[in-house]
Design a protein around this ligand. Structure first.
Ligand code: ZN
Length: 310
């Protein structure tokens, strides 16, 4: 018998069993969106059976927004369903305690219990992936908020007058510039009027600016393409504002960074933040590092949540 962790992401669901010593068996599948809102918990139940038939407790870290008291995902822009029940179907299937938390809250908890954050009670975790998110432990308390959606840093306003519109509809949110899904839009606005047509970036997208992806930009930047480097630098300036806002608001001792964009491009993401953050902070700048527990940070947090329930 062991504990079970579930990570519900924008495109994938990951499940693992584990205990105080860490994660054991892991499974990953693309989220089933073909069988309605009920298909998602059914898929999770089947995946849990694949790693542990008799869980002691189940912790879930999920994309938001969540409704913590009702144990569900509500109005997420990532799925075509309005509400997805999570905790009740799992509780019924396994007769075990189940708790859900926002994936970035799970991330900071995982970092605190299993990762780099064990030494401090003032810790912040940033994920830079399809979107941006954050989790905070302040004075030893995990910040949750009334529904479990505190610290939605991706939707901090960087520039209220910007023509760059966030997926949520608001102008100039941080995620609208630096979220993996939005980087191509921001990049196209930056490239307009430049001589980027003679660049490696132009070759990578086959001459079609609509085909530009975040990966192409970072790949070209790694090969010193000057236009891609310019885009990465501008994204970094925006990120420096966001990180400065975190430092000013939460005063963390350590910020760890995860998510596919950061994990795949650690230097291109961190270096500009370190270059520009001093312009925007009043508080002492803490150490900023890539999370040592990589893509498993949410699963580690979900295991820590499950351990806490028993
Ligand atoms: Zn937004």
């Amino acid at each position: 018998m062991s504990y079970v962790a579930v990570d519900i992401g924008a495109t994938n669901i990951r499940v693992a069993c584990g205990d105080e010593s860490g994660l054991k068996r892991k499974l990953q599948e693309e989220t089933d969106q073909a069988n309605g809102a009920e298909g998602v918990p059914q898929q999770i139940i089947r995946m849990i059976r694949g790693v542990e038939g008799d869980p002691v407790a189940i912790g879930v870290g999920s994309i938001g927004p969540i409704d913590h008291s009702r144990g569900m995902i509500t109005n997420t822009p990532n799925y075509p369903f309005k509400e997805i029940q999570v905790t009740e179907p799992l509780r019924a299937a396994f007769e075990a305690p189940v708790e859900i938390m926002n994936d970035c809250s799970a991330g900071v908890l995982g970092e605190h219990v299993f990762g780099a954050g064990g030494e401090t009670d003032n810790l912040f975790y940033v994920t830079m992936s399809t979107g941006l998110g954050g989790g905070a432990i302040v004075d030893g308390h995990l910040l949750a908020g009334k529904d479990g959606n505190a610290v939605e840093i991706g939707h901090l306003t960087i520039n209220p007058y910007s023509s760059v519109i966030c997926g949520c509809g608001c102008p100039g949110h941080w995620e609208a510039f630096s979220g993996g899904k939005n980087i191509p839009y921001y990049a196209r606005s930056l490239l307009q009027g430049t001589r980027w047509r003679s660049s490696l970036l132009n070759d990578l997208c086959g001459g079609d600016p609509q085909g530009i992806t975040a990966k192409m930009i970072f790949d070209a930047a790694r090969q010193n393409d000057e236009h891609a480097l310019m885009v990465v630098e501008e994204i970094g300036k925006v990120n420096a504002v966001g990180f400065a806002d975190i430092v000013n608001a939460y005063d963390p001792e350590l910020i760890t960074v995860g998510g596919s964009i950061a994990l795949n491009n650690p230097d291109l993401i961190l270096a500009p933040i370190e270059r520009y953050i001093a312009r925007h902070v009043i508080n002492r700048v803490p150490e900023i590092m890539i999370t040592p527990i990589g893509e498993d940070v949410v699963l580690y947090g979900a295991i820590a949540l499950a351990l806490d329930m028993s």
